[in-house]
Write a protein that binds this ligand. Structure first.
Ligand code: SF4
Ligand code: SF4
Length: 341
């Protein structure tokens, strides 16, 4: 047994959920009567984590707020408006989204607003044991099993409503204090069972040949500006992809003046908007829609970013494919690139 990881067999998940809900503001993905899945704060955990559905919105807004005040100037002094959230738990985060949080942790490592929220969060991951629609996490090393260094606690579903629980960080172990859990002696047995079930899940994913071929092609720098201009005719600049993508982090700020006060506000922006890269001199390095679409996909799959972040900027969640009204989400674009080769 790896010394720093503890494993437990759980036959009643509600006990863990209620225990965490006593100490943290509790958030879980729920499915409503219209079959829509989304993150919601609930008083206590009552339902098992979703295993085949993923929420349309990733949890990124829990840390990188869609809109927030950064500073207030009252005419004499600047005052920071750092958030002070109570401790909260995200219960049942899938591996792709946990990998994205890890990626964002690097991007926002010196951002006190992001870190103020992130430090208060306990991440409980859940292994996927069946592929989700449009997902290709194994291709980009982001799932389907939760990567050990991306969550505080990891849940793996076992038959008969049993769960194998891994406590991987001190924060995770502390969160379990006071809960009656027998240390699982058959740790190796359940780890092997987890491994086999994750391998089985990986084998069920559809072919990813177009993704791997597309990544290769993107990095060969042989795709013409004409190709990108043609594809970009289908980009409506709706920002659906950048809003839902768990690794997108573009933002802008604006100053809002009210009653003698100036508030600096940060808000999500999108690299697919025409004005996003426009400079004060009015020079715009991505004035063409084609250049903007090219830039977006380079940020997701360029080898150049691997040296900075240790991985590609895409975690294979498939949300851009699901949402893009112009049908140029990840699978569609990679198939176009592959055909263009
Ligand atoms: S992309 Fe992978 S990790 Fe994400 S929900 Fe789908 S199967 Fe799970
Ligand atoms: S580019 Fe698309 S598939 Fe990749 S992480 Fe972003 S939304 Fe998910």
């Amino acid at each position: 047994m790896t010394p720093e990881i503890k494993g437990y067999l759980i036959d009643n998940l509600c006990i863990l959920q209620h225990h965490l809900a006593e100490h943290y503001q509790f958030n879980q993905v729920i499915k409503d009567s219209n079959q829509q899945c989304y993150w919601q704060q609930i008083d206590n955990g009552a339902t098992a984590p979703l295993l085949t559905d993923k929420p349309l919105s990733s949890p990124k807004a829990f840390f990188f707020a869609e809109r927030e005040n950064l500073l207030i100037f009252d005419g004499q002094c600047f005052r920071e408006t750092l958030p002070t959230p109570a401790p909260f738990v995200l219960f049942g985060v899938q591996s792709c989204d946990l990998t994205a949080i890890s990626y964002q942790d690097q991007f926002f490592k010196d951002d006190p607003y992001y870190q103020a929220r992130r430090n208060q969060c306990l991440l409980v991951g859940v292994d996927c044991i069946h592929p989700c629609e449009n997902g290709f996490c194994p291709t980009v090393d982001a799932g389907p099993g939760v990567r050990i260094n991306t969550a505080d606690l990891i849940l793996h579903p076992l038959p008969d409503d049993n769960w194998f629980l891994l406590a991987t960080t001190d924060k995770g172990k502390e969160a379990l204090l006071g809960l009656e859990l027998g240390l699982e002696l058959a740790y190796g047995h359940y780890m092997a069972q987890r491994e086999a079930s994750l391998q089985q899940c990986e084998s069920e994913f559809p072919s990813d040949v177009h993704i791997t071929a597309g990544i290769k092609q993107l990095n060969s720098n042989t795709i013409t500006a004409t190709f990108w201009d043609t594809v970009a005719i289908q980009c409506l600049a709706c920002s659906g992809c950048t809003s839902l993508c768990p690794t997108c982090s573009c933002y802008s700020t604006r100053d809002i003046e009210t009653a003698g006060k100036v508030t600096q506000q940060r808000f999500w922006d999108s690299c697919l908007y025409e004005g996003f890269q426009r400079e004060a001199s009015f020079n715009n390095p991505s004035v063409n829609a084609g250049a903007r679409v090219q830039r977006f996909w380079n940020h997701k799959f360029s080898d150049a970013f691997v040296s900075e972040f240790g991985r590609y900027g895409c975690v294979g969640c498939g949300r851009c494919e699901q949402t893009c009204p112009g049908v140029i989400g990840v699978h569609s674009i990679m198939k176009r690139i592959e055909k263009n080769a």
